[in-house]
Design a protein around this ligand. Structure first.
Ligand SMILES: Cc1cc2nc3c(=O)[nH]c(=O)nc-3n(C[C@H](O)[C@H](O)[C@H](O)COP(=O)(O)OP(=O)(O)OC[C@H]3O[C@@H](n4cnc5c(N)ncnc54)[C@H](O)[C@@H]3O)c2cc1C
Length: 401
């Protein structure tokens, strides 16, 4: 019986193992840590955002700053609906939240872990923990995997080591090109009077842009202790991960807190002014923002809160609209988003056959998961890439045993 060695006991490696035909292969997972699936455990704040309820592959790939072209064919074969079915068949009830993120109904990542552990146990997959792979040697038609627990011979290697730089070096030594690693999915550090002491204030729909890069995103926005976060920021951080690393996270952003054209916002304000001339500016919050934020907008726009709206000058009005709709901030660094981060960069996608995730350079060698130069915005998409790629490898091996 042929032997498959899966290097890395994370999402991609385990999902591959759980879908392999155990009657055709002897399957072994090698994991350097004392526990497997550790990232799944802590994912989604311990709840595991297992996938995203987006069932059209063309739409789905739009969430992947790196890998969007390549993943289209992968998602055509295994997409979020298939992930949901897979867990459903193993009695893991899933739920779709309002923003389309999918979680186990138990709100515990352990349900996801248990399903994969049960399946691999049933298939008699051998799992060796505290087994750190040091080197892979290509022999005639086989691989010799050298580890801290001794050497293993493999007919097939599945390489799913995540973003560990040491393990990327190992695959580079086998001839693969590595695209430089940079962090993706981070929040922006900003010091500005407008945000001071307002941590926790959120905006349902905001627009953020980096004028110099001509890039913009919309989505919910959140003021944090360090600056700005929320999907409108995280999406930009992912799409511009490489450029922002180059400028060492120092750049200017523009924010429209109410996602409304400045001209439209001014017209709404003018109409309010005409029908409520005697109201004070402080009482005239007409946009969907908190009272505290409105007061702060007035403060930084240097407007007397007790002034009647009818008496606002054109310059004062412009200052308010400018701070609400065209506010520029200087970003001076980045912070981690709820400990969740992914890494852009990794094995060059040109060297992968996306029909089956096989290396184009090494025979009987498959690569999947975060070790590849593929990453997504937050929302369950990073795991979905792991599930789809792992499944595709298993299918290929099951058919071509
Ligand atoms: C805190 C946090 C929360 C997250 N939450 C979510 C979420 O809710 N939804 C989502 O879609 N994504 C989430 N992500 C991203 C997601 O966790 C990753 O994209 C995913 O885990 C990548 O899976 P992987 O199998 O490629 O790598 P990993 O999960 O990193 O697994 C790789 C495994 O290989 C092992 N390994 C590495 N080198 C060796 C070696 N030389 N020898 C032996 N073993 C080795 C590692 O120890 C590790 O266990 C989160 C990330 C973080 C950090």
């Amino acid at each position: 019986m042929k032997r498959i060695i899966i290097i890395g006991g994370g999402a991609a490696g385990f999902f591959c193992a759980a879908n392999l035909d155990e009657t055709k292969y002897k399957i072994t997972i090698l994991e350097q840590n004392s526990d497997v699936l550790q990232k799944v455990k802590v994912s989604g704040g311990g709840r595991c955002n297992v996938t995203h309820a987006c069932f059209d592959p063309r739409e789905l790939v739009q969430f992947y700053p790196r890998g969007n072209k390549e993943l289209l064919s992968v998602f055509t074969k295994f997409q979020p609906g298939d992930t949901m079915d897979w867990f459903d068949q193993r009695k893991v009830a899933l739920k779709i939240e309002n923003d389309n993120r999918v979680f186990p109904e138990s709100n515990s990542s352990q349900s996801i872990i248990n399903a994969m552990l049960d399946e691999t146990k049933r298939k008699k997959v051998e799992v060796k923990t505290k087994c750190s792979v040091k080197e892979i040697e290509k022999l005639d038609g086989k691989y010799l995997v050298r580890t801290s627990l001794g050497d293993f011979e493999a007919d097939v290697v599945v390489y799913t080591t995540g973003s560990s730089p040491k393990s990327l070096k190992m695959i580079e030594n086998l001839g693969h090109q590595i695209v430089d690693l940079v962090p993706s999915l981070f929040t922006f550090n900003i010091k500005d009077e407008l945000l001071k002491d307002l941590a926790g204030t959120s905006f349902e729909m905001a627009e953020t842009s980096i004028p110099k890069l001509k890039t913009e995103e919309t989505g919910p926005l959140l003021i944090t202790h360090w600056g700005l976060s929320g999907p409108a920021i995280l999406k930009i951080s992912a799409w511009e991960a490489i450029t922002l690393a180059k400028v060492k996270y120092h750049f200017e952003i523009e924010v429209n807190f109410i996602s409304t054209d400045p001209e439209d916002a001014e017209e709404r304000f003018q109409q309010f002014r005409q029908s409520n001339p005697k109201k004070t500016v402080g009482q005239s919050k007409i946009f969907e923002i908190t009272n505290r934020f409105w007061q702060r907008i007035l403060e930084v726009s240097k407007i007397d809160l007790n002034k009647q709206v009818a008496n606002l000058s054109g310059r004062e009005m412009q200052a308010i609209i400018g701070n609400l709709c065209r506010k520029r901030f200087q970003v001076t660094g980045k912070s981690t988003f709820k400990d969740e981060f992914v890494t852009a960069g990794g094995v060059d996608l040109k060297e992968i056959n996306f029909k089956n995730m096989a290396s184009k350079i090494l025979p009987n060698f498959y690569i999947a998961g975060e070790v590849l130069n593929i990453d997504a915005v937050t929302g369950g998409f990073n795991f979905q890439a792991c599930w789809s790629e792992g499944w595709l490898i298993a299918q290929d091996l099951n058919v071509n045993a």
